[in-house]
Design a protein around this ligand. Sequence first.
Ligand code: GDP
Length: 423
Amino acid sequence: ADKKPHMNIVFIGHVDHGKSTTVGRLLYEHGEIDQRVIDQYRQEAEKLGKSTFEFAFVMDRLKEERERGLTIDVAHRKFETDKYYFTIIDAPGHRDFVKNMITGTSQADAAVLIVAAPEGVMEQTKEHIFLARTLGVPQMIVAINKMDATKPPYDEKRFNEVKEQVEKLLAAVGWKDVPFVPISAYKGDNIMKKSENMPWWKGPTLLELLNNLKVPPKPTDKPLRIPVQDVYSITGIGTVPVGRVETGVLKVGDKVTFMPANKSGEVKSIEMHHEPMKEAYPGDNIGFNVRGIGKKDIKRGDVCGHTSNPPTVAKSFIAQIVVLNHPSVIAPGYTPVFHAHTAQIACRFEELIKTLDPRTGQTKQDHPDFLKTGDIAMVKIVPTRPMVIEPVKEIPQLGRFAVRDMGQTVAAGQCIEVEKKTL
Ligand code: GDP
């Protein structure tokens, strides 16, 4: 009954500023790196003639594994403090950060922005601050990393310079009261315990800041929405869709409808981690058996809701997008793949309504001929196949999307208004 709340955190920041090292340090110090992995690495270190086995070796190996593609997608890592269960949604590659933020199975409750002290604010630092804001991340912590590598080392003056740079960026997009901490992920300063190398720092450690985060409210009062990740057929039970409850509450006995499949049935059982349960809440990853639905009736990308308030299928929708990274321009007729919740559907840019000034939100240009990298715009989108999407104001979890083309995230956005398709 007195279970600790869950907190999903995402690590953001410019490439090489130390996101993975900070995550690795947190997991390592909490004993969350598998003992077998550590033993294996220790043996390898010995073979290589390294007399002392260190955290750095673990980090380098984890990094190699990542580069070989072993943990390339959203990597889920967990640790627990006296206050929270933390799940870390690592954002190793900048390219897929946005896609992961939107289609990852966990939405971030807070972001930890890592900025390397020697380098200071870089391009992706700015982009990520802006994106975290646009994507609705509610809380942020800034860790100024690599304090061991400033000149001179652990320099208070450099920390304050970088802090000021970052504060300016935060203020520009409307972030307030964001706490800072100077750290060295590599050496372990101010991560779990106060650094002896920075006696000038009287503030909290990174761990204390994580523990000070506020508990995210659960969207239980919103309509039920469960994007389908997979569908199984289990002997003796029947059809079992699997997915994460994004909003609302699912109970055994509920009448549910899957859209756009437009198939309905009754919930006979719900399971999480092989345990039966009577009700499921936002954040729960569940499998549930629905009487009246066959395995072939529904698929990944469909969304389950109550029959009394089924998911919205869009004929078209109005969206606000930010063009992140497009090699040329986006013109009307462009049809890339949209990733929203678990769906991946080609959608056409039907109309470029206007571009907006990112600072003020005011109209910059009506009906531009094209959009290019850096533009923020209101657009009309037409899915080429039926697709569930909801206005972000009503159900934020089902209103965000990433636009992918040629293996990259070219844009990200949110749905403002839906023109419903009649089924
Ligand atoms: P990411 O791309 O943001 O995930 O960065 P990584 O965690 O992979 O770190 C990039 C490089 O910076 C690696 O070579 C790390 O060893 C190094 N690094 C990370 N944290 C620190 C630190 O606190 N001090 C120093 N000197 N180097 C660091």
